[in-house]
Design a protein around this ligand. Structure first.
Ligand SMILES: Cc1cc2nc3c(=O)[nH]c(=O)nc-3n(C[C@H](O)[C@H](O)[C@H](O)COP(=O)(O)OP(=O)(O)OC[C@H]3O[C@@H](n4cnc5c(N)ncnc54)[C@H](O)[C@@H]3O)c2cc1C
Length: 393
């Protein structure tokens, strides 16, 4: 078995790299990049022209069918594109597009597709995901945000939490309870909500790295037209699980881990050259991270190969998510061990600064990796029940 590109994919990779060099990198080197694990706000002056270029090439949503304005790329071509974009730190699209777009394609009406897909393809709209609530995260189906039918509208009251990017989003895809008397999975509807609607309040939540990534969102008598419902009333849970499947199949994670391990590798070598070799135990720790990164890559290949055969990874997506997010934390811990006191600075100078080893930032920002998109415990439950066929605990 060989994990190398076919000649066609190798050619495609060269094309993608050339496109990135011409339109995104513009003289930057790998060391100039922002730290990939630092969830900084996008620099609009760079992002907007880049997204315009992507839109011109039909690469905002490369895997979408041509009839919806995508490029009809194969799963493997899209994988290569995603690898190279992640490697270069280049955004592929506006926020959440890859979750809500395919969901609308699968479950939306022709009118909804016509209204929402074109602006996504032009990179004009940002979305946010209104699923979690203060009492409903892992047990998402217990959500309480109410949507009550009133003529041609739903009137929404309630609260969402941990809503990434809500402060920059134009639209939210939101799960609401439309039948409080039905069994919990059967009384939920999936709505598209304009964030400028009267009655929407977004309040920032600061994460432990002092960053503003996610928010609380409050709804007070917010009116959403019934035509903005995706799928049938009270069947929104099943639409929502489509979105979650797309979310957990994230294969960009491993590319970021590989970049970080390479960065640490360069750092250890630079220290040795500067006469400050790291302790032997830390070198061995680096070896473990390198081996684990290879395992993580194989788990990602497994997800992609299932998708390439037309299947939907389920247990495999959970394995990939669980292993990758836990590895992100181990890599961050290794960076802390390697850099010692210097690593504790948010913006270190010296060798750490030169090589962009911001250990403390990574250490803090990767804490959330095993929580977002379903905690490690939930992924283990999925692997146990759906993968290994074990009885529920
Ligand atoms: C960085 C970040 C970004 C996020 N962005 C979004 C977003 O954009 N939109 C959105 O809707 N949500 C978002 N979330 C929320 C995320 O989906 C939830 O945090 C996650 O699903 C866990 O839910 P919870 O926080 O309510 O924890 P809980 O569900 O309360 O879990 C608490 C603990 O109990 C454990 N636990 C719960 N149930 C079980 C069980 N059955 N078996 C074993 N252990 C269990 C969990 O693993 C966890 O350790 C984000 C979260 C983070 C960290």
């Amino acid at each position: 078995m060989r994990f190398t590109d076919t000649p066609e994919l190798a050619e495609w990779r060269t094309t993608v790299k050339g496109f990135i060099d011409d339109n995104w990198k513009q003289g930057r080197t790998d060391d100039d990049e922002d730290n990939p694990m630092e969830e900084a706000a996008p620099d609009e002056s760079r992002v907007k022209p880049w997204l315009d270029k992507l839109a011109d090439s039909g690469w905002i949503a490369p895997a979408w069918p041509k009839k919806y304005g995508g490029a009809d790329m194969s799963v493997l071509e899209q994988f290569v594109l995603s690898q190279e974009f992640t490697e270069a730190g280049a955004p592929t699209s506006r926020q959440m597009l890859n979750l809500v777009g395919p969901t609308i394609m699968l479950h939306g009406t022709d009118e909804q597709k016509a209204e929402h897909l074109p602006p996504m393809l032009r990179g004009e709209v940002a979305w946010c995901q209104g699923f979690s609530e203060p009492g409903s995260g892992s047990d998402l189906a217990s959500l309480q945000t109410r949507a009550v039918r009133d003529g041609d509208d739903y009137v929404i009251n309630g609260q969402k939490i941990w809503t990434s990017g809500a402060h920059r989003a134009d639209w939210m895809f939101v799960l609401t309870r439309t039948d409080p008397d039905a069994p919990k999975h059967r009384g939920i509807s999936y709505l598209l909500l304009d964030m400028k609607s009267p009655g929407v309040t977004v309040r920032p939540l600061t994460n432990l790295a002092n960053g503003h990534i996610f928010n609380e969102v409050f709804f007070e008598d917010v009116r959403v037209p019934v035509r903005n419902r995706i799928g049938e009333e009270n069947r929104g849970w099943y639409v929502g699980t489509t979105t979650l499947d797309f979310e957990r199949s994230n294969i960009a994670r491993v590319v970021n881990i590989e970049k970080q391990v390479r960065r640490l590798n360069r750092y250890v070598k630079a220290r040795a050259t500067a006469g400050q070799p790291v302790r032997d135990a830390f070198r061995l720790e680096m070896v473990d991270r390198a081996v684990e990164t290879s395992v993580c890559a194989l788990l990602s290949f497994q997800v992609v190969s299932i998708q390439a055969r037309g299947g939907v990874p389920n247990m495999e997506a959970s394995m990939n998510k669980m292993y990758g997010s836990e590895l992100q934390q181990r890599v961050a811990a290794t960076a802390m061990h390697l850099t010692g006191m210097a690593g504790q600075l948010r913006r270190p100078s010296g060798i750490e600064g030169d090589l962009k080893v911001r250990a403390a930032m990574d250490y803090m920002t990767t804490v959330s990796a095993t929580i977002a998109a379903g905690t490690s415990e939930i992924q283990r439950n999925i692997i146990a029940t759906r993968g290994l066929g074990l009885p529920r605990g």
